[in-house]
Design a protein around this ligand. Structure first.
Ligand code: FAD
Length: 546
């Protein structure tokens, strides 16, 4: 490390919004020391992104913050679905969907569910937990310059309160610095994708009368499609705080200054269809819906995560979720490389895994905006059918890594498949099953966080369990084996006699290697003559130890 640095840290995170805070939380859980700098004085004051999808909530569950988030989100826990209507006064609207999981299929696939939690409520929960885990999080602190070299990154940060400059030496820099990412720009990394799609001004307002007009229509969002005043209405507390996304057309020369309180209030009144309703504007923030994915997710020891790596249209809430999941993918790889139990090549799999997922997800987000006729969006012909067509669960939790830290995948598999299949295939999120561990009810997903895990059948003579112990010792890798089933040597017993092997696409004397992020790295359908050698090769490949 650079001897002249004022401060040394293994990981410097730039940006303390959803993705930076998530990166801090996940690194903290893995015991990786880090420093985060955020130029703003505190967390978001605007509701911004709100839809936390099932995969994100699984990650927050394992990280121990799911209860806190659900509590912070409790005011909207009864809101579901998207309504599309010319105004709120008539009843000619239609629900684009009313339940995210109408058949209840999700409960069989996951221990978690979607959670509507506004960013201004979510970020404080992440911040508090990240700090409790020992994270060094500095607000009102801005990255000024950074200089990567082959051993690390030297950065200069400035306190916006005191003006003091500090030189920070980090092994790695994670740029969670948003869509305009100064870090990405200075690395000269360009984008793929169509670019800007449409622009909105997100207006926060108070109205006491609106709750009566909305009545029992507890939507997550309502597209108001009246011919002279359209927009999207979002409840904040179902009582008096609301958000309204107003179309903005800078391409026609419309300026932000034109969005005066009077104009915004009048637009909202016309959109909801009640001319005399009280509307008090409390804030406004412009935002740009775009479809762009960085051409590389970093350079050397600098890695991009979240909106700095990809921008997505907000329909489907894929953007922030994809970003949080980037941070999760990156955290265990940084922990493994810094902890010396993986080779630096493991970090190269971050781009190989996450970028194709972002490209497919961003295409689906744009298509959903076209299908939902998002206010302010005039899509190009054919935009509606773009991207993977497998439904929202296939995008949210069914995506996979055909290339990366995986063995035995077909690299031609699309990153977001046409149908949801969580059957233990390498590169896919490991299946969820309820288990009993020493009397405690857990999900299989709760096993995956701090180390790679090998699961194999209890009461078999295949030798995988013993092989895992020897491989862990010889490779100095924290590999945790579990025997699963009904045998007397079982560490984990599936609930209701469920068949773990079938769920994971193996025989009872097979084995499944799961990464710390809960993705299947490799599996063997049955026994092999030399399980130690076979497992050693798989683990070495996954962790880039060859
Ligand atoms: C007004 C608005 C409304 C939105 N609404 C929705 C929505 O309805 N649904 C949805 O899914 N998404 C929405 N989004 C997008 C969503 O908020 C983002 O996808 C999400 O916040 C991505 O998080 P991020 O951490 O990657 O980037 P950002 O949230 O952009 O955060 C980047 C952070 O980096 C900090 N930063 C940048 N440069 C530096 C530097 N040099 N030094 C220190 N700090 C720096 C910034 O201050 C910022 O806090 C909205 C965004 C905005 C702005």
């Amino acid at each position: 490390m650079n001897e002249e640095a004022d401060h040394k840290t293994p990981v410097l995170i730039v940006g303390g919004s959803l993705v930076g805070l998530s990166a801090s939380l996940f690194l903290g859980r893995l015991g990786v020391r880090h420093t985060l700098v955020e130029r703003h004085a505190g967390t978001s004051t605007h509701p911004r992104g709100r839809g936390n999808n099932v995969r994100t909530m699984e990650l927050f569950r394992v990280a121990g913050v799911e209860p806190g988030i659900r509590e912070a989100a409790s005011v909207l826990s009864g809101n579901h679905g998207i309504l599309q209507t010319p105004s709120l006064t008539g009843d000619e609207g239609r629900w684009l969907f009313q339940e995210i999981d109408p058949g209840g299929a999700l409960a069989r696939l996951s221990p978690s569910t979607w959670c509507l939690c506004s960013q201004n409520d979510l970020e404080p929960v992440l911040l508090e937990r990240a700090r409790a885990l020992g994270g060094d999080l500095r607000f009102s602190t801005e990255l000024m310059t950074f200089e990567p070299d082959s051993d690390g990154v030297t950065a200069v940060v400035r306190s916006r309160e005191t003006g003091e400059h500090t030189t920070v030496r980090a092994d790695y820099l994670v740029a969670a610095d948003g869509p305009r990412s100064p870090v990405r720009e200075s690395l000269g990394i360009g984008h793929s994708g169509p670019g800007e799609l449409f622009h909105n001004v997100s207006v926060t307002f108070r109205s006491r009368g609106l709750a009566d007009v909305v009545g029992d229509r507890r939507f997550v969002m309502c597209y108001l499609t009246g011919p002279d005043a359209d927009g999207a209405l979002l409840p904040v507390d179902n009582r008096e705080h609301w958000v309204f996304h107003m179309p903005w057309h800078p391409e026609r020369g419309e300026t932000l200054e034109e969005f005066t309180d009077e104009r915004c209030a009048e637009h909202i009144r016309r959109a909801v269809g009640v001319s005399g309703i009280d509307v008090e504007i409390t804030g406004r923030a412009p935002w740009h819906a775009a479809e762009r994915v960085a051409l590389r997710y970093g350079a050397g020891r600098v890695l991009l995560a979240g909106d700095s790596a990809h921008e997505m249209s907000p329909t489907g809430a894929f953007g922030s979720n994809t970003g949080i999941q980037d941070a999760h993918n990156l955290a265990w790889k940084l922990a493994a490389v810094l902890g010396d139990w993986a080779g630096p090549g493991l970090l190269e799999t971050y781009d190989a895994e996450r970028r194709p997922v972002a490209q497919a997800t961003a295409a689906r987000a744009s298509a959903r905006s076209a299908e939902h006729k998002h206010p302010g969006y005039t899509p190009a012909p054919g935009a509606e059918g773009r991207g993977p067509q497998g439904g929202i669960l296939a995008v949210a939790v069914g995506y996979r890594y055909p290339r990366g830290a995986v063995v035995g995948t077909d690299p031609r598999t699309p990153p977001v498949p046409g149908e949801l299949r969580l059957t233990g295939e390498p590169g896919s999120r490991a299946p969820h099953m309820w288990l009993s561990r020493a009397g405690e009810r857990i999900s299989t997903l709760d096993l995956y966080e701090r180390s790679p895990v090998l699961i194999t059948g209890a009461g078999t003579a295949a030798g995988w369990y013993e092989a895992a112990g020897r491989v862990a010792e010889k490779l100095s890798v924290p590999l945790t084996p579990y025997r699963i089933g009904a045998g007397t040597d079982a560490d984990l017993v599936p609930e209701d006699g469920a068949d773990w092997a079938r769920t994971h696409g193996t025989e009872p004397d097979g084995a499944v290697l799961v990464r710390p992020d809960g993705f299947v790295a490799w599996r063997s359908a049955g026994p092999v003559p030399d399980p130690e050698e076979v497992l050693r090769r798989a683990v070495s490949t996954v962790l880039a130890l060859d």
